[in-house]
Design a protein around this ligand. Structure first.
Ligand code: PLP
Length: 484
């Protein structure tokens, strides 16, 4: 962090804590320069940064003032899904979301795509072109069913940061985290079985369960502490649950990091009911806290946690390189891997292994965490500024996804139809529920460049949300007067 960024951070903390109140005049540039022993231009740069984030406003010849802001929206309360196993719906809506992601004219506010424009990704292009020039026949051939050994070694090393002690032999390379999840689910369950999931949860997991004829029981989930262990325990007592699928680090879509004590309690609970845990850690390396949060896998002593992840969110989803550390289910997972794709594409595995070996991965991760955290600060200011009151907004602890909850009667599916005309789309909340709950919620991606164009889009989105909120409150008044 540079000096001016550090100063800006300090000032924004003071504003956040209410030490400088809304509308209050801030110290002059000269005063701050003397107080912090930095140059005048450092203070000016810090003020400029805060102005960009709309935390302060300049007034000609009077200095800088704390922007008058709406209050920070509250966080979503713990969810309350129906706590019984259900058949999964929503495939058509997922398909619609997937179809719009290849349309470059549409602003993908709802996608789960990372920022692929950063310079720290450039070495990956170079590595790929060097590999192509070498014309190494092995890279056009099948590799082991487990995956390329050099990559498995690098992955095992990376997992040390999350508290794991794995070797290359403990890892199976997969075609993205998607395949890691699907072969894990298939290794454990059969049609008719029940799996517990967080609610809301990633739609890819849910559609995989649907495809295999597995029912989901949605467990209440808190936007700060994660899956409710109390509700999960009750569910275990009532239903023969084979496994729990969770995203405990930088959850998609709620953004929380489960506290370590709750992670431990979750592993203990699974042991008590002899259930497997499928842990999706695809965003774990993008946590803003340092060191990165531990995985459930690192707390697992009897091999019941299947740790699934990929380089899709940290590097690029098009590589389709993921992995699973399947613990005691290794043989079944290998069989499912074989019948799923035989083996993973060889060339991208070598490219990723080389990217890590040459020392490019960790600096890239550091940069991406900073980019997303800075984006989040700007983006949440815009949401606060342009969205109407009466919303709840998640406070992600990493990665690039934000969850917004609107009043109960709001219809995000209808909003998305209107947004088509504005050439933008959001991910509607119902995609993240087995039974189509959360129609009043949206998931947004702040991995986009935070420029004027994006700000305009958020302004348009905020206005569309406000119109839709007004329309639904009118409809509500109208239908209630018809009923009485
Ligand atoms: C929580 C979660 N798990 C898994 C995936 C799929 O990852 P991959 O692209 O590596 O298959 C995603 C992608 O959006 C995700 O959000």
């Amino acid at each position: 962090m540079t000096r001016y960024q550090h100063l800006a951070c300090l000032l924004s903390d003071r504003i956040e804590q209410g030490l400088y109140r809304s509308g209050e005049r801030l110290p002059s540039v000269r005063t701050l320069s003397l107080e912090h022993g930095v140059s005048i231009s450092t203070v000016q740069q810090a003020y400029h940064l805060l102005e960009e984030k709309q935390l302060i406003v300049p007034q000609p010849r009077s200095g800088y003032f704390v922007a008058t802001r709406k209050a920070t929206p509250p966080m979503p309360a713990i969810t309350r899904p129906a706590q019984r196993p259900v058949e999964i719906t929503q495939w058509e809506s997922v398909l619609e979301l997937l179809s719009s992601r290849i349309n470059n004219d549409v602003l993908q506010l709802g996608s789960g795509m990372p920022d692929l424009t950063q310079p720290t990704l450039k070495p990956l292009w170079k590595i790929q072109s060097r590999m192509a020039q070498k014309q190494d026949i092995d890279q056009l051939n099948y590799d082991s069913l487990l995956g390329v050994a050099a990559l498995r070694e690098q992955v095992a090393r990376l997992t040390i940061d999350s508290g794991c002690q794995l070797t290359a032999d403990d890892i199976v390379i997969t075609t993205g985290c998607h395949e890691a999840l699907s072969i894990s689910i298939r290794a454990i369950c059969q049609a008719g079985d029940i799996i517990a999931v967080e609610s809301p949860t990633f739609h890819g997991t849910m559609q995989t369960l649907r495809g295999f004829g597995i029912r989901a029981i949605e467990i209440p989930t808190d936007s700060v502490t994660g899956i409710s262990l109390e509700a999960l325990e009750l569910a275990f007592e009532q239903w023969p649950i084979k496994a729990v699928v969770v995203v405990p680090n930088c959850n998609n879509p709620l953004g929380f990091i489960m506290p370590e004590s709750r992670k431990r309690a979750l592993v203990t609970l699974a042991q008590r009911f002899d259930a497997a845990i499928i842990e999706d850690d695809v965003y774990g390396e993008l946590a803003w806290e340092y060191p990165r949060p531990v995985t459930l896998k690192s707390l697992d002593h009897d091999g019941r946690v299947l740790l699934c992840s990929s380089f899709s969110k940290t590097l690029a989803p098009g590589l389709r390189v993921g992995w699973v550390a399947p613990g005691r289910y290794r043989d079944r997972v290998l069989h499912m891997k074989y019948i799923s794709t035989g083996s993973t594409a060889t060339q991208p595995q070598h490219a990723v292994a080389e990217f890590i070996r040459l020392g490019h991965y960790l600096p890239h991760l550091r940069r991406m965490r900073q980019v997303y955290q800075r984006n989040y600060e700007t983006f949440s200011c815009w949401v606060r500024h342009y969205f109407p009151c009466g919303i709840c907004v998640s406070r992600p602890q990493g990665s690039f996804l934000m969850w917004i909850e609107l009043p109960e009667a709001f219809d995000a599916v209808r909003l998305n139809t209107e947004l088509r005309e504005l050439n933008m789309q959001v991910a509607v909340g119902s995609l993240f529920s087995a039974s189509g709950k959360y129609r009043n919620c949206l998931r947004l991606n702040y991995g986009l460049p935070m420029n004027e164009h994006t700000e305009q889009a958020i302004a348009q989105l905020g206005a569309a949300v406000e119109r839709a909120m007004l329309a639904c409150s009118h409809e509500f008044v109208h239908t209630s007067s018809l009923i009485t």
